[in-house]
Design a protein around this ligand. Structure first.
Ligand SMILES: Nc1ncnc2c1ncn2[C@@H]1O[C@H](COP(=O)(O)OP(=O)(O)O)[C@@H](O)[C@H]1O
Ligand SMILES: [Mg+2]
Length: 252
């Protein structure tokens, strides 16, 4: 299992300095949640790690190994589902294996395992338009899981689903994480989500982004959102985020 180290990451888009000398570590098998003001560069960080945009300064290590470009150890789940609308769930999930040339029988087996893991058994022959928002996100996750990545990067994956479904998806993600021991970096706008999921929570500053504060999450699992330690932690994270946002408003 992998741990990630981001060292002195800097990124510009033209004149816009988005990330400046950003460093942090992801521990083996943890869920690291990243929160920060909108536009501070959270997606940019994930895109650099996964190799979608290799045009950055700084170094990114997995298992102590310097990476650049696409790395099969990493899977990326986007905010909007990335399903092919003309393929059924199982044909979507199989896609990565097809690309790798895995034979049909084995493809089906691995894909059905992933479909079961995300709770979509029985829906494998549905098309995306037949699925709810939460189910589409489950299918997107299954599509990434078939590649058996050691690290999952998730960019606000539950932002577009209703609050109740979101809580269910969070619980399911914790179950899956506990079963698979994957390392997860999870970007979210929601402090509730970050404190419910995160082993640790990083609060980023506004552009150019730096780490403002890292919280260890002491709340034992299974977590109760209404418990006093959970409420306390939400309050602390919120207060740091408010400081950061206050600074943004002063600048604008
Ligand atoms: N391809 C791009 N070209 C120009 N600017 C970009 C591009 N992608 C992101 N940006 C800018 O970089 C900043 C950070 O973007 P992003 O990482 O998406 O922020 P976040 O995910 O934290 O909301 C934003 O100001 C955004 O407008
Ligand atoms: Mg983003």
């Amino acid at each position: 299992m992998s741990a990630i180290r981001v060292e002195g990451l800097a990124k510009r888009f033209g004149d816009l300095l988005v990330l400046d000398n950003l460093s942090f570590e992801v521990k083996d098998g943890e869920i690291l949640c990243i929160v920060g003001p909108s536009g501070c560069g959270k997606s940019t960080i994930l895109r650099a790690i996964v190799g979608l945009d290799p045009d950055y300064e700084g170094k990114i290590y997995i298992d102590g190994e310097l990476i650049s470009g696409y790395n099969p150890k990493i899977g990326f789940v986007f905010q909007e589902h990335a399903l092919f609308m003309w393929r059924t769930v199982i044909r979507n999930v199989e896609f990565g294996l097809e690309v790798k040339g895995v034979d049909k029988k084995r493809r089906k087996e691995i894909s059905m395992d992933a479909i079961k893991l995300v709770g979509l058994e029985g829906f494998e022959n549905c098309y995306p338009y037949e699925l709810s928002g939460g189910m589409k996100q489950r299918a997107s996750l299954a599509r990434v899981l078939v590649n058996d990545p050691e690290v999952l990067l998730m960019d606000e994956p539950f932002a577009a689903v209703d609050a109740q479904t979101r809580n269910i998806l969070q619980e399911e993600l914790i179950n899956l994480w506990q079963r698979t021991q994957k390392t997860i970096i999870f970007v979210t706008h929601s402090i509730d989500e970050a404190t419910y999921l995160g082993s640790r929570i990083i609060v980023l500053e506004a552009r150019p982004s730096k780490v403002r504060k890292i919280f260890d999450n002491p709340v034992p699992r299974p977590r109760d959102r209404t418990s006093i330690p959970c409420v306390e932690l939400r309050r602390e994270v919120l207060s740091v985020l408010k400081e950061v946002r206050g600074e943004v408003d002063q600048h604008s």
